[in-house]
Design a protein around this ligand. Structure first.
Ligand code: FNR
Length: 347
C-alpha cells in the first residue's frame, strides 16, 4: 500500500511548486448589481455570520489541507491559530493517517480556539473498514463541531492504489450521519475540486454541503504528476464552482442546509459573488497553503517560518476582507444575507 505520510508530503510539494489550478470557476459570468446610491453606511457593514450554530466573525473557512506528518502538524498549528485570531472556521486535512497510526494524532492538534472546528475523512473509507467509532474518535480528538466527508472519485482514479469502490456510499453516509447527529456532531459533505451536483446530493442527509468546484486546485494535475500518468485529458473535468452552487442552491429552500462555496475563490469579490448566489460561507485551501511558505520576496520557500507565515496569512485575510466590504457596500448590502440575488448572469 502507498505510504500515507509520503503521499501527503507530495501533495503539498506539488501544490506549492506546480501550476495546479486550471480553467475557470466561472466568476467572470457573474455581474454584481452596482448601486450608485447604496443608502447604507460603509462603517456599519457587518460580516458576522452564524454557521453550524456558531458565530464566525468573517464568513470564511480554512478548507482541509493536511495532517499526518511533522510539517503537516506545523501547518495545522499555524492555520488553527489564524482561524482563532480572525474568528473564522478551520477544517483539518483527512484524518485517515491518524486512524491507521494513532502516533500521528499530534499532527492534527488545534492551537487556539477557532469558533468552528471541522474533522475530515474520505467518504469512500466507509467502504474500506472505517467505522463509526473511528469517526467519533477523530472528531473527539480535535473537539470538532462537525465532520466533513470528502467525495474525491477523480482523485482516487489517478492516485496510485486509489480506493475506487464507491458502491452504496450514499446509504452509508446517511446511516452514519444519523448516528453522528445523535452524538451532537454535524455532517458536511464536500468535494475536493470537481464540484457537487444536485442529483448526487439531493437525498444526502447532511447539515452542510461544500461544493469545492472546478477552477481551483485540480487533482487531475496533482495526482497525474505524482503518478506520471497521462491525466491531461482530465484537467478540464468537473463542475465549475459557480455552476455547482447554482445547481444545488435550491436545496436550501427544501430543508435546513448550509452551503460552503469553495474551489478557486481567490479574492473578496469572488466571495461576494458566492454570497449573491446564496452561499453561507466561502472556503479556500491553496491560497492559505501558499501564504505559509512565502518568503519576504513572495517566493515559495522550502521551510516554514512560523512568524512570517502568520504575517502573510494576516495580510492575505485582511486584503480579502477589505475587498469583500466594498463589494457589499456597492451593492447596498449591510451584511452577507443582503447581497443574496443581487447579480445578473453575463453568459
Ligand atoms: C486539499 N483538499 C482536501 N480536501 C479534503 O476534503 N481533504 C483533504 O485531505 C484535502 N487535502 C488537500 C491538500 C491540498 C494540498 C490541497 C491544496 C487541497 C481540497 C480542499 O479542501 C478544497 O476543497 C479544494 O482545494 C478547493 O479549494 P481551493 O484550493 O481551490 O481554494
Amino acid at each position: 500500500m502507498e505510504n500515507n505520510n509520503s503521499r501527503k508530503k507530495e501533495h503539498i510539494r506539488h501544490a506549492l511548486h506546480d501550476k495546479v489550478e486550471y480553467g475557470s470557476a466561472g466568476f467572470e459570468k457573474i455581474l454584481l448589481k452596482h448601486k450608485s446610491l447604496p443608502e447604507i453606511d460603509f462603517d456599519e457593514i457587518d460580516l458576522n455570520v452564524n454557521f453550524l450554530g456558531k458565530q464566525l466573525k468573517f464568513p470564511i473557512i480554512i478548507e482541509a489541507i493536511t495532517g499526518g506528518f511533522d510539517e503537516g502538524g506545523k501547518i495545522n498549528e499555524i492555520l488553527s491559530e489564524i482561524a482563532s485570531e480572525f474568528g473564522i472556521g478551520f477544517m483539518v486535512g483527512s484524518q485517515r493517517p491518524m486512524i491507521e497510526n494513532p502516533a500521528l494524532s499530534e499532527t492534527y492538534k488545534i492551537s487556539g480556539h477557532p469558533p468552528v472546528i471541522i474533522s475530515n475523512i474520505g467518504a469512500v473509507q466507509l467502504n474500506y473498514g472505517i467505522t463509526y467509532e473511528n469517526i467519533a474518535n477523530i472528531v473527539r480528538y480535535i473537539k470538532a463541531d462537525a465532520i466533513a466527508f470528502h467525495l474525491n472519485p477523480l482523485q482516487e482514479c489517478f492516485q496510485p492504489a486509489g480506493n475506487r469502490n464507491f458502491k452504496n456510499l450514499k446509504k452509508k453516509i446517511n446511516e452514519i450521519s444519523s448516528k453522528l447527529r445523535i452524538a451532537g456532531i454535524k455532517v458536511i459533505v464536500k468535494e475536493v475540486g470537481t464540484g457537487l451536483n444536485y442529483d448526487d446530493v439531493k437525498d444526502l442527509d447532511a447539515d452542510c454541503l461544500d461544493v469545492a468546484g472546478f477552477g481551483g486546485t485540480n487533482w487531475a494535475i496533482i495526482e497525474g504528476k505524482r503518478a506520471d500518468k497521462q491525466a491531461q485529458n482530465f484537467y478540464n473535468w468537473g463542475i465549475p464552482t459557480v455552476e455547482s452552487i447554482r445547481n444545488i442552491i435550491s436545496l436550501k429552500d427544501k430543508r435546513n442546509l448550509e452551503i460552503i462555496a469553495s474551489g478557486g475563490i481567490r479574492n473578496g469579490i469572488d466571495a461576494a459573488k458566492c454570497f449573491a448566489l446564496g452561499a453561507d460561507v466561502v472556503g479556500m485551501a491553496l491560497p492559505f497553503l501558499k501564504e505559509i511558505y512565502k518568503d519576504d520576496k513572495g517566493e515559495i520557500s522550502e521551510n516554514i517560518n512560523k512568524e512570517r507565515a502568520k504575517q502573510n496569512l494576516q495580510k492575505f485575510l485582511n486584503k480579502f476582507i477589505e475587498e469583500l466590504k466594498p463589494a457589499l457596500f456597492l451593492t447596498g448590502s449591510k451584511n452577507i444575507k443582503e447581497i443574496n440575488e443581487k447579480y445578473s448572469m453575463n453568459d
